[in-house]
Design a binder for this molecule. Sequence first.
Ligand code: IMP
Ligand code: MG
Length: 190
Amino acid sequence: MPVELREVISPAAIRARIAEMGREISALYGDEPVVAVCVLKGAFMFFADLVRSLSINPEVDFLRVTSYGKSQSRTGTISLTKDLEVEIEGKHVLVVEDIVDTGHTACFLLDTLRVRRPRSLRLCSLIDKKERREVECGVDFVGFSVQEGFLVGYGLDFAELYRHLDAVCELVRDEPNGTNRADTAEEPDA
Ligand code: IMP
Ligand code: MG
């Protein structure tokens, strides 16, 4: 099936926005202890660029969540497959996500980490797809708001492919009966 990639966010736009976010986040935390948490796999590239834009000195750690089945939007189908290694109690925690779509993954993550009693818990996402939100848990820092479409690149995947691209692109599959966006056909993985 033919696949078309349409650039939605250029590498230059990503760089510029991350520089702004880095200043904003650094100013907020100042000298206080912060743990920056990368949500694997999708956030790996954004996380690497974001932490380098910070003028603070955060601990960095990684976790991985997996959503499975076609019922991803239902709670209970998301699980933590790799947990943090650092203690977060009493520390500011910044969770760094690639994209908040229905919101279920982000809410699951925040609920999971909140019980460990961090000093504060905030969410930073490269992309906010508000149109598809089913549960709201509050995104504190948003890189870009995007209306719709299935996005790949800069960490985001379709069936584990396209993560390496340095731009965020919309993946469009041309069906014989017209244009069909990929997110209507396939469940994304985290
Ligand atoms: P949720 O629907 O907000 O729970 O998002 C679940 C996960 O699906 C996100 O963390 C992403 O990893 C992935 N995801 C959601 N939308 C897209 C997309 O447009 N492209 C690639 N991955 C996506
Ligand atoms: Mg993700």
